[in-house]
Design a protein around this ligand. Structure first.
Ligand SMILES: C[S@@+](CC[C@H](N)C(=O)[O-])C[C@H]1O[C@@H](n2cnc3c(N)ncnc32)[C@H](O)[C@@H]1O
Length: 241
């Protein structure tokens, strides 16, 4: 079985996530000690979804964040989760059946060629997706394309700490804990990709710079979780320059 390297095409990366979907939530809880739930709540608080708004959750995976967002925009708003992995989406839809009152749908598709109308979203969320796309610039460009003028977005992802000690801790944790634990459920090779993708991901400053070049009026990267994670906060100008 081939395992993707960083920068692989969308279909290869999505196939990897589809293979990990059945244990994704469990491993996420285990390996982050449940903290990913806190970071996702921080991301939602940063986006500030309002009742009545149209929100997109790109690279939604198994949909936990989509449900959190849908709670905020109901009753008249709507959340669309988009992902390329059918097994992850199956779980997202299953999860949503437990809260059938939430205004929510899940769509399968390539985030880099989104089957969604341009300029229609009040807000876009992308958690742990940008790093996995073939190009960070292309991912930010899609976010810009989907937002209304004045629309806002939050991108939650790993961040490489500035301090060498923090970097060493992150590397040791990902290589020495995450990969062996994933190996226990036969996903060692898949999780080796995680470290590679973190090691080559654009820094916060680079993400800010790329977003400004694409026309975002606000592009601010905030390290969280002691610098191990980051929130990139984006806002489009009300009028295109
Ligand atoms: C690390 S998971 C994150 C899932 C979820 N957002 C979370 O925070 O738990 C990354 C997700 O991005 C999806 N993905 C990666 N590249 C994609 C692409 N080009 N189009 C659609 N989905 C993609 C994968 O299928 C996977 O579900």
């Amino acid at each position: 079985m081939n395992h993707p390297s960083v920068g692989a095409d969308s279909a290869t990366v999505v196939r990897l996530f589809d293979r990990t979907a059945h244990t994704y939530d469990l491993l996420n809880d285990l390996l982050s000690l449940g903290l990913h739930r806190l970071w996702k709540r921080q991301a939602v608080a940063s986006l500030q979804p309002q009742p009545g708004e149209q929100i997109l959750d790109l690279c939604c995976g198994t949909g936990d964040l989509s449900l959190l967002l849908a709670e905020q925009v109901r009753p008249h708003g709507h959340v669309t989760g988009l992902d390329g992995a059918p097994t992850a989406l199956e779980q997202a839809r299953q999860r949503a059946t437990k809260e059938p009152w939430l205004p929510l749908q899940f769509i399968e598709g390539d985030v880099l060629r989104p089957p969604l109308p341009p300029g229609a979203a009040d807000g876009v969320m992308m958690a742990y997706g940008l790093r996995n796309l073939a190009s960070v610039t292309a991912g930010l460009n899609v976010i810009r394309h989907l937002l209304k003028p004045g629309g806002r977005a939050v991108v939650l992802d790993f961040h490489r700490p500035h301090h060498p000690l923090g970097l060493q801790v992150q590397r040791s944790y990902l290589q020495g804990v995450v990969v062996p634990v994933a190996g226990m459920v036969d996903l060692e090779a898949e999780y080796t990709y995680l470290w590679q993708s973190v090691a080559t991901f654009a820094t916060g400053a680079e993400q800010e710079e790329l977003a400004r070049q694409l026309g975002f009026a606000v592009a601010c990267h905030q390290p969280i979780a002691g610098g191990l994670m980051g929130l990139l906060k984006l806002k489009l100008p009300r009028r295109q320059p």
